[in-house]
Ligand binder design. Structure first.
Ligand code: NAP
Length: 260
């Protein structure tokens, strides 16, 4: 299937590592051009060089998306470089464990890390997305519908992302802009590997999680996540909007008594 993404321009947040890196690589494989925003520089610059050598554009933008001005700047720098934005992928975030006891300042800080920049990037990209009749994809989390415990800020942010996906899909339908969310549950990333490695028995910890994933008793790969995102980014999903799509091997929806 030709996804018709050649020369489309995608702005991706958090595209240097983990799920975002999978998304960036899949977009580039389909011939898209990418602007990739992260705080750290080493991985983003290495990706840019790697694809430059292949004649592809993976423009690295260093910014902390917790800063409102930085959100405006990354959008304008992407437009300066490419002249347009066809696809916005809000992906950067962190499950930061801000619980009930942490207080309002910490709670707002978590929303800043996980929610406000999703809104700000849509806000600042809107004019371009209207011109391109573009696409927005929000990366959410199973926590938006399952609860996890001990992570009020992240759960509030991810719940809001589901709500905003539907809200924006309706707001923007008249402009031909589609808005969807893709929700991971347990996707294997370097960060996840690091967390598992820090547990007293990493093999047992990994196996314990895998046992809860019905399809194949394994983690989702970042490529599997990315393939869904790239399909939703493409004109081949031209009548899909306002959807909350779980790419999780059945983790979130299956009855626990049959999966554990
Ligand atoms: P990850 O491996 O930690 O990667 C996150 C990326 O986002 C990094 O490149 C990071 O760059 C960037 N980032 C984070 N905060 C940023 C900020 N304030 N400004 C700029 N860049 C920022 O995470 P991941 O596991 O791939 O997660 C990606 C998304 O999937 C997140 O929204 C997460 O909530 C969601 N998710 C993941 C899982 C899973 O199983 N992995 C499950 C549920 C939901 P720097 O390190 O350079 O800052």
């Amino acid at each position: 299937m030709d996804l018709e993404l050649k020369d489309k321009v995608a702005l991706v947040t958090g595209g240097s590592k983990g799920i975002g890196e999978g998304i960036v690589r899949s977009l580039l494989a389909e011939g898209a051009k990418v602007a990739n925003v992260n705080r750290s520089t080493a991985e983003g610059e290495a990706l840019e060089r790697e694809y430059e050598a292949l004649g592809k554009e993976c423009f690295f933008l260093q910014a902390d998306l917790c800063n409102e001005q930085a959100c405006a700047e990354v959008v304008s720098r992407a437009i300066d470089r490419f002249g347009r934005i066809d696809v916005l992928i809000n992906n950067a975030g962190v499950n930061d464990g801000v619980g009930i006891e942490a207080g309002l300042e910490a709670f707002v800080g978590s929303l800043q890390r996980n929610l406000f920049h999703y809104y700000l990037l849509v806000h600042h990209s809107l004019a371009e997305l209207k011109k391109s009749r573009g696409v927005i994809i929000n990366i959410g989390s199973k926590v938006s519908v399952t609860g996890q415990g001990g992570t009020s800020g992240y759960a509030a942010a991810k719940g809001a992302i589901n709500g905003l996906t539907r809200e924006w899909a309706l707001d923007l339908a008249e402009f031909g802009i589609r808005v969807n969310a893709v929700l991971p549950a347990e996707t294997w990333t370097p960060l996840y590997s690091h967390i598992i490695d820090a547990s007293p028995d990493p093999i047992a910890a990994k196996r314990g999680i895998e046992n809860l994933i019905p399809l194949g008793h394994r983690f989702t790969t970042k490529e599997e996540l990315a393939d869904m995102v790239v399909f939703l980014a493409s004109p081949r999903s031209s009548h899909t909007t306002g959807q909350i799509i779980f790419v999780d091997g059945g983790y979130t929806h299956f009855d626990r008594k049959y999966t554990s």
